[in-house]
Design a protein around this ligand. Structure first.
Ligand code: KIV
Length: 277
């Protein structure tokens, strides 16, 4: 049975911290699901970590749908949340159309969108129509060209705005909210004021849950790791040396060995060659 947003709310109420991880394909979804991660986010961070863009801005809804479908196929228990990409929820009507495609075409159980007070009307309508919404405030990557990549809400006015944003998305019916790159004490204060779980990334330990990007957590970049990420493996190095070993075994004629090859019954090849002559 898949997790539902009601299970996530119960985890919050029981004081259980909620892990979430991003995944973008069938295989990684299967690994995250089997590891018991309750929520998988198909983030538009795929624009950077999978598609090689410098931000999430170029990601399209069709690209998101393609990856969300694969993650849904790869998972059985985790709640799958599909990100709505840049400029696909600029009005209530457009948000309904975009979120509707995610829900109907991919089988995801929820959508995520960026924004606080200004996103509340979209969130309210989606929730009214039966579409669970995760909100996302603080550093909102789709606005990188406007706000840069830096901690949000350090000063009191900006912090007050983020508190208002969090309260607005909860009132609009969001089932959870991502807090990205905000000071730890502000994230803890927002968490204490909300009934719904806060899921932090670069927002300290006082959130109800945490989210990390698959590639950051697994060290899939050998040369880059954001400050808020913790590497639990160094897969770029391990994969790099596995691929180099494969390439050198092919060059040296070591791979494939007899154990990787099929053979014919004795005499069958001779008979085939004779027939062909
Ligand atoms: O797109 C993404 O992966 C995200 C997370 C970093 C929260 O929005």
């Amino acid at each position: 049975m898949r997790m539902t947003i009601l299970d996530i709310q119960k985890m919050k109420e029981r004081g259980e911290r909620i892990p979430m991880i991003t995944a973008y394909d069938y295989t990684s979804a299967q690994i995250a699901d089997r590891a018991g991660v309750p929520m998988i986010l198909v983030g538009d961070s795929l624009g950077m970590v999978v598609l090689g863009h410098s931000s999430t801005v170029p990601v399209t809804l069709d690209e998101m749908l393609h990856h969300i479908k694969a993650v849904v196929r790869g998972s059985q228990r985790s709640l799958v949340i599909g990100d709505l990409p840049f400029l696909t929820y600029t009005s209530v009507e457009q948000a309904v159309a975009s979120a509707g495609r995610v829900m109907q075409e991919t089988g995801a159980q929820a959508v995520k969108l960026e924004g606080g007070v200004s996103a509340a009307p979209m969130i309210a309508r989606l929730v009214e129509l039966g579409i669970p919404v995760m909100a996302h405030i603080g550093f909102t990557p789709q606005s990188v060209n406007q706000i840069g990549t830096r901690v949000q809400g350090r000063q009191s006015d900006a912090a007050a705005q983020l508190i208002a944003d969090a309260l607005a998305v909860e009132a609009a019916g969001a089932f959870a909210i991502v807090l990205e790159l905000i000071p730890a004490e502000l994230a803890a204060a927002i968490t204490a004021r909300l009934r719904i779980p806060t899921i932090g990334i670069g927002a300290g330990a006082g959130c109800a849950g945490q989210v990390q990007v698959w590639h950051d957590l697994l060290g899939l970049y050998s040369d880059f790791s954001p400050r808020h990420a913790k590497r639990y493996a160094n897969l770029a190095d391990q994969i790099g040396s596995a691929v180099a070993s494969y390439a050198s075994e092919v060059r040296d004629g070591v791979f494939p060995g007899p154990e990787h090859s099929a053979t014919m019954p004795e005499g069958a090849l001779r008979a085939a060659l004779d027939q062909g002559e």
